[in-house]
Design a protein around this ligand. Sequence first.
Ligand SMILES: Cc1cn([C@H]2C[C@H](O)[C@@H](COP(=O)(O)OP(=O)(O)OP(=O)(O)O)O2)c(=O)[nH]c1=O
Length: 211
Amino acid sequence: MSAPTPGRPNLILASGSPRRLALLDQAGIVPDRLMPAEIDETPKRGELPRTLATRLAAEKAARALEILARDPEHRGGLVLAADTVVAVGRRILPKPELVDEAAACLKLLSGRSHRVYTGVALAGASGHVRTRLAETRLRFKRLSREDVEAYLGSGEWRGKAGGYAVQGLAGTFVVKLVGSYTAVVGLPLYETLGLLAGEGYPVHAGWTTRL
Ligand SMILES: Cc1cn([C@H]2C[C@H](O)[C@@H](COP(=O)(O)OP(=O)(O)OP(=O)(O)O)O2)c(=O)[nH]c1=O
C-alpha cells in the first residue's frame, strides 16, 4: 500500500475496518498490507469486557500472523490488530446486524453512562504479542423516540459495537466523554503509537507537511 522505507519494519493491519485504517492514516501511518483476521468473538462465560477486548485484539493479531506464516512472500514485520467492546457495567453489548438488537442497545444506553474498551495488539517479528487497553467512559443524553427512530433509520448502527458510531450521527448523543475518542472509533492512537515505537517503528516518519 505504501512504498517500503528502508530500515522500517513492514506493518500489517489485521483489520477489515475502514475506520481503523483511517485512524492510522490520521496518525500519518500507512500500513504495507491489510490482512483482516476472522476469529470467534464470543465472550467466555463471565469474561469481563476489558479482558474480552484485550484477548480478541491479541487473537486477531495471532490469527493474521498464522496466515502470513504460510505466505512465502512474507518476510516478518509487525502485525497490528484491535477490538472494541461496549459495555454497561459487566454487560457486553452486541454488534447488531438486526434493527431490534440495535434498538435494544440504544434503550440501554439512553440517559446512562457506559464504557468502551478498545484493546490493541502488536505482534513483533518474533511473534511475541504486546497489548494495551484504552477505557473510555461516555454518557449519552436521554434519547427521545424520534432520536431512536431516526437513528435506526440511518443504518449507522450496523456492525458497530454497542449499536452506534460516535464519529457519525451518534456524536449528537454524547453528553460527556472521558478517555480516548480515537479508541471509541476503533483504534486508540496514543496506545497504538506507543506499541509501534516500542517495536522500533518510526512513528513520525510520515509526519510530512499536510496543508
Ligand atoms: C463504539 C463504536 C464502534 N465502532 C466500530 C469500530 C469497529 O469497527 C466495530 C467494533 O467491532 P470490532 O470487532 O472491534 O471490529 P470489526 O469486526 O469491525 O473489524 P476488525 O476486527 O476487522 O478490525 O465498531 C465505531 O466505528 N464507532 C463507535 O463509536
